[in-house]
Design a protein around this ligand. Structure first.
Ligand code: UGA
Length: 457
């Protein structure tokens, strides 16, 4: 059944949600206050790098079921269900969420709501936000108690946003009435009938589901990176340890890739906002471990700097350093809290001549760190380098060969910031290969290789 939806906020989440809801057959109007962005989207251009999104945007626009506007008034007229998809970044200088965009969205929309409708929050917010906003809506909307609020957290990953929205692991809705649940079941009917599990719960549980999921993922990453520190101390190899742990089905290998740790616009700020909210609720102790998760993660960056200094002979001043990767992860052009760019900036601050290359995030990196040098190819970035750091595991970097890079660098030193290269390939070619959590004398043979060797015997 077709529903009339609006999507408030055309950022990462909002564009993806609007485009995918139109693809599912709904009639969607998305709102953003940035007129330039709205024009861009209405002409079929996607302002972010996200595989598959541009095609769906164009087919949505062509179908007449998708449009973008700057007018909340138009949105209020159009929608029976309004999705709040604005950002909740970290508050500047504080370890908590900045809810100003969500608050503004509600206070702008509410006075325009003169008929019954459902407002659905998708943005990541601290537990308790939905209840507060529900009260605001009823107070400010001409339709009063006819306006209901639900919370429907989003679990999509950048780089997989379309697939994660059209084939999610689960749909979670926090509702306060059977009517709201029914409306959301209608919106997601095609996904539910395709087998996606649907959880209807309270708004507080729905809000917590998102914060808890991101905290768990961050904890897994920091756990393996803490093990990397231990491996260095004990002369062990974290890549092999990670394989061994991941082979236990109860642990699982996902999010157990050791390296430079997590960044981006979600995991770092979400664990901090979660801790802040827990403290406000008087349950701060319960999330004390997340402080360590954050600390281990930030230590990855410090350890990477130390490793670079040790390879460059401790004196970074004027040392030509090549950084491959600026995006916070491959498949994305997002440089928010990017570990790679953070390391590049610190090395630059220490006097190194840093040259960065990234296949899609160059423009964003340039805007956010104009002080760094940028190159339009990996080989150009590596020309004359005393050390090459692979900090985002783009396939074009992991495919580079020792011979290709060897032809342009000044010294054959490579730091594999994501444990994504084949150490033996580089060592056999005479390179000084280093990685966090891997013995400097060279890594052990991976378990998979040993298995393959056993089978081939
Ligand atoms: C994350 C969550 O995975 C999504 O489920 C969630 O919806 C999203 O945040 C959000 O809150 O909006 P995303 O930020 O796109 O998604 O990125 P991830 O794929 O989770 O990666 C986060 C960081 O962890 C990256 O910097 C990545 O390089 C790093 N990572 C990931 C590791 O260092 N090791 C791993 O094993 C996995």
């Amino acid at each position: 059944m077709t529903a009339r939806l609006t999507v408030l906020g055309a950022g990462y989440l909002g564009i993806t949600h609007a485009v995918c809801m139109a693809h599912l057959g709904h009639d969607v109007l998305a709102v953003d206050t940035d007129a330039g962005r709205v024009d861009q989207l209405n002409s079929g251009r996607v302002p972010i790098h996200e595989p598959g999104l541009a095609d769906l945007l164009r087919s949505g626009l062509d179908s007449g079921r998708l449009g973008f506007t700057t007018s909340y008034r138009e949105a209020a007229r159009h929608g029976d269900v309004h999705f709040i998809c604005v950002g909740t970044p970290q508050l500047r200088g504080r370890n908590r969420a900045d809810l100003s965009q969500v608050n503004e969205c509600v206070t702008t929309l509410a006075p325009l709501l003169d008929r019954q409708c459902l407002v659905v929050g998708k943005s990541t917010v601290p537990a308790g936000t939905a209840v507060r906003l529900a009260g605001e809506l009823v107070r400010l909307a001409p339709a009063g108690a006819g306006i209901e609020l639900a919370w429907n957290p989003e679990f999509l990953r950048e780089g997989h946003a379309v697939a994660d929205t059209l084939a999610p692991d689960r749909i979670v809705v926090g509702v306060t009435s059977p009517g709201a649940e029914k409306t959301l079941r209608t919106v997601y009917a095609r996904l539910i009938s395709g087998g996606t599990p649907f959880y209807a719960t309270t708004p507080a549980t729905a809000e917590l589901a998102k914060s808890a999921a991101n905290s768990f993922l961050a904890t897994k990453i920091s756990f393996i990176n803490a093990m990397a520190e231990l491996c260095e101390a004990a002369g062990a190899d974290v890549t092999v340890l990670s394989e061994i742990l991941g082979a236990d089905a109860r642990i699982g290998s996902a999010f157990l890739r050791p390296g430079l740790g997590f960044g981006g616009g979600c995991l770092p700020k979400d664990i901090r906002a979660f801790m802040a909210r827990a403290a406000e609720l008087g349950a701060g102790e319960a999330l004390g471990f997340l402080r360590e998760v954050d600390a281990v993660n930030l230590r990855c960056r410090t350890r990477m700097i130390e490793l670079t200094c040790s390879l460059a002979g401790r004196n970074l001043s004027g040392a030509p350093v090549c950084v491959l990767g600026a995006a916070f992860k491959p498949g994305s052009d997002d440089v928010r809290d990017s570990p790679s760019l953070d390391v590049a900036q610190i090395l630059h601050g220490m006097g190194a001549q840093v040259t960065v290359h990234d296949p899609v995030a160059l423009a964003n990196a340039r805007r956010s760190c104009p002080q760094l040098n940028y190159a339009t190819s990996a080989l150009e970035a590596a020309r004359g380098a005393a050390v090459v750091l692979v900090l985002t595991e783009w396939p074009e970097f992991t495919r580079l060969t020792p011979a290709e890079l060897g032809g342009v660098v000044a010294r054959q030193c490579i730091i594999d910031g994501r444990n994504a290269l084949d150490p033996r390939l580089w060592q056999d070619a005479g390179w000084d290969y280093r990685a966090l959590g891997v013995n400097a004398r060279g890594p052990e043979r991976s378990l998979a290789d040993q298995g393959a060797a056993r089978h081939s015997r």
